[in-house]
Write a protein that binds this ligand. Structure first.
Ligand SMILES: [Zn+2]
Ligand SMILES: [Zn+2]
Length: 280
C-alpha cells in the first residue's frame, strides 16, 4: 500500500512562500493498493490536483471524514465527477438530522457553487457510513465516530497486510485533562491500534491549546501520546494550522522529536509519498 499526501493543512488553505515546504492545501490523501486500486480521503483543496490521477479506472472512491469546509471545499473541482458515466462513490457520515446527499447538496448548489450535485455527468453513488465495515476492492475499511465537533469519522484502512489510520481532525484529549487515559476510553483507539502509519491531527502546540480546548484538534504532544497509546508504528503529523509557517512547523517537529518518540515521527508535507511495504 502506498499513501500520498496532496493536502496537509487544516482549517483554511495557506498558500505562499512561507508554507511551501509543508504545503498550503487542505486535507486530501491518496491511498494506492498494490494492485493499483485507489482511494481518495477527504476533498480539501488538495483533491483538485489529485483528481487528474484518478481518471484511469472504472470507478473512483472518495471517503469523507466529515463535512467541515476544509474537507469538502475541493469537491466541486474533483475531475472524476465531470467524466460522463464514470462511477464515483462518495462515502461519509450523515448527521442526526440530514443524510449525506442532502448535506453535500448544501455546498454543491448556488449560491456557494454554480454546479448542482444532480447535474454532474458522472454516475454518482452516495453511501452513508457509521460503524459497518466496508470492502472496496482490496481495501478493508473500518470506521468509527471520533471526538470532533459534528458527525466525524476516522478510518482504518487495511490492504496488502498493512494498516493505515487516518484521523485528520481529532481531539482525543478532550475531557481527560489533556492527557490520554487507557486505550478503552480513548476516542479513535480501535481505529489506530497497531497501525503501520497513523496520520493524525497535530494542529497546535502546548501554548495554543488551552485557549482552543473543544475546537476538535490536538497538539503535537497529544498526537504523540495517542500514537504511543495505540502502538502505532509511525506517526505523520497533519492538519497544520494555517497560521504556522514552515519555520514554525520545523520548530514544532524539533520539539516533538525532543519528547523521545518511540516511533518515527514525520511532519506531513504536501507531495510526501509513503510506501508501507518498504518504510523503515
Ligand atoms: Zn479540518
Ligand atoms: Zn473539522
Amino acid at each position: 500500500m502506498k499513501v500520498v499526501l496532496w493536502g496537509t493543512r487544516g482549517s483554511l488553505p495557506a498558500a505562499g512562500h512561507s508554507t511551501a515546504r509543508y504545503g498550503g492545501n487542505t486535507s486530501s490523501v491518496q491511498v494506492i493498493a498494490d494492485d493499483g486500486t485507489m482511494l481518495a480521503l477527504d476533498a480539501g483543496s488538495g483533491i483538485r490536483p489529485l483528481g487528474g490521477k484518478m481518471l484511469s479506472g472504472k470507478r473512483v472512491d472518495l471517503l469523507l471524514t466529515h463535512l467541515h469546509m476544509d474537507h469538502v471545499q475541493g469537491l466541486g473541482f474533483f475531475a472524476p465527477m465531470y467524466v460522463p458515466g464514470l462511477e464515483v462513490h462518495i462515502w461519509g457520515p450523515s448527521s442526526t438530522t440530514h443524510g449525506l446527499a442532502d448535506r453535500l447538496r448544501r455546498y454543491l448548489s448556488p449560491p456557494l457553487f454554480p454546479v448542482r450535485l444532480r447535474d454532474l455527468p458522472c454516475k454518482l453513488h452516495i453511501h452513508e457510513l457509521l460503524r459497518d465495515p466496508v470492502q472496496i476492492g482490496p481495501f478493508n475499511i473500518r470506521t468509527d465516530v471520533v471526538c470532533h465537533p459534528g458527525a466525524t469519522l476516522g478510518y482504518r484502512i487495511e490492504a496488502d497486510g498493512k494498516v493505515l489510520t487516518y484521523l485528520p481532525d481529532h481531539e482525543p484529549a478532550l475531557g481527560v485533562g489533556g492527557s490520554m487515559l487507557k486505550r478503552g476510553w480513548t476516542s479513535g483507539h480501535l481505529l489506530a491500534q497497531g497501525s503501520d502509519l497513523l496520520i493524525h491531527d497535530a494542529q497546535y502546540d502546548d501554548l495554543e491549546y488551552p485557549s482552543r480546548i473543544g475546537w476538535g484538534h490536538s497538539t503535537i504532544r497529544h498526537a504523540l501520546e495517542f500514537a504511543t497509546l495505540c502502538d502505532a508504528r509511525r506517526l505523520v503529523t497533519f492538519h497544520h494550522d494555517p497560521s504556522h509557517d514552515d519555520d514554525r512547523l520545523d520548530t514544532m517537529m524539533a520539539h516533538l522529536n525532543s519528547l523521545g518518540p518511540k516511533m518515527p515521527v514525520i511532519g506531513g508535507s504536501e507531495g510526501h509519498e509513503y510506501d508501507l511495504n518498504t518504510l523503515p
